[in-house]
Design a protein around this ligand. Structure first.
Ligand code: SF4
Length: 372
């Protein structure tokens, strides 16, 4: 259950809501536009930093809205500072992981500032290779909590001397389409008030077929990524237990319909696990499947997680697996921040192991707190 704060979250108040608020307070309507833009200005961490608003208005609004629903409780960096892993504390003291990643400009590619956000505290899907899956589901995030993670990632990039967030990926803790209403609401805020192009936002799902249909109907046309990890139902039933409810054929059919309706190419994610899904047969089945739906394949060698016998593949086996994917557009993603537990759920798991995180998911008195 989410502990409800009495004041609404500023980041998810829409134009109409802000105009109503201004009207109720007897404040000119043009202030609504300033309030809407306020959370997305650079260097703004509280309403007090919004200098366009007179001091007395700032304190009036401060009593009416919440500027942020999340704060940074812990921070770690890796990759020479280009990956910043945040543990974000929520109202009820539960925590989620958020990652900010800086990718410098290279050749014709512009720089990217990517925020990887969590959509749930924990996850009910229970993939055995995932640290978050071991936690079970504590609760879903609100739209404001998702959006505020993007803001905190932007602040973190700024603190480390980088530019703003340009891309958002829903690949942190949780299954975003098991929390479809909040995910869709957050997408409207990010593509609206925050001004991030839908083309630069990716929602990754383990295969919630009704959620894909709803995303197609109700959300801006973001990129859909399918966390496939196995190309046969037999293996996928083990790796992604949700597959028993939504098998591969149904998933690919929903993804194909999404691609046709939005004109966005599907991405397929494949966490490559040594001795589990790195066989030539799986590679060949993946190639056929990716060709059939014109998908781009992202291969991510598994991060080792504490207490699991599974880990990354042998480099030569991985090379042969990739060789089988010829003819398909493939990207091998580096496991950014592997040295700071940056795979989904790993920072949290390692803090738990060091007893900085209580078993109920709340933080012990923080040893590395930084400002929001
Ligand atoms: S991999 Fe994703 S869907 Fe699977 S348990 Fe982890 S967070 Fe949930």
């Amino acid at each position: 259950m989410v502990l409800m704060h009495p004041a609404p979250a500023l980041s998810t108040l829409d134009d109409a809501g802000l105009r109503t608020l201004c009207g109720r307070l007897g404040i000119p309507e043009y202030r609504a536009a300033q309030l809407r833009a306020a959370p997305w200005q650079p260097f703004v961490a509280t309403l007090d930093d919004v200098r366009q608003l007179p001091t007395e208005l700032r304190s009036t609004f401060d009593a009416q809205v919440r500027f942020s629903t999340a704060t940074v409780a812990a921070e770690r960096t890796a990759d020479a500072g280009a990956t910043i892993k945040l543990l974000c504390g929520l109202d009820d003291s539960l925590t989620v992981e958020t990652v900010a990643m800086e990718t410098p400009a290279r050749g014709a590619s512009r720089r990217r500032g990517t925020a990887c956000v969590s959509s749930q505290v924990g996850c009910a899907v229970g993939c055995p290779f995932c640290a978050t899956g071991r936690m079970g589901l504590r609760r879903s995030c609100t739209a404001a909590e998702i959006v505020d993670q993007v803001r905190l990632a932007g602040h973190a990039l700024h603190r480390h001397g980088f530019g703003p967030v340009t891309h958002v990926v829903y690949m942190g803790m949780g299954e975003p389409l098991a929390n479809a209403a909040a995910t869709i609401e957050s997408l409207h805020v990010l593509t609206g008030a925050a001004g991030i192009s839908a083309r630069r936002i990716t929602v990754s799902t383990s295969g919630v077929v009704p959620g894909i249909t709803r995303l197609q109907r109700e959300a801006p046309p973001v990129t859909l990524a399918i966390s496939l990890h196995a190309a046969t139902d037999e293996l996928r039933n083990r790796l992604v237990p949700l597959n028993r409810a939504h098998p591969i054929a149904a998933l690919l059919s929903a993804a194909g319909s999404y691609a046709s309706a939005t004109g966005r190419r599907i991405s397929v994610e494949w966490c490559l696990i040594g001795g589990v899904n790195d066989s030539l047969q799986q590679a060949q089945a993946l190639r056929e499947l990716a060709r059939s739906c014109g998908a781009h394949v992202n291969v991510i060698p598994m991060n080792r997680i504490e207490g699991s016998s599974w880990g990354p593949p042998d480099p030569e086996v991985a090379r042969q697996f990739l060789h089988q994917l010829r003819g398909v557009q493939v990207t091998v993603r580096d496991t950014r921040g592997g040295d700071v537990d940056a795979a989904c759920g790993q920072l949290r798991a390692s803090l738990e192991a060091r007893r900085e995180l209580r078993p109920d998911g709340t933080l012990s008195p923080p040893r590395t707190a930084v400002g929001a």
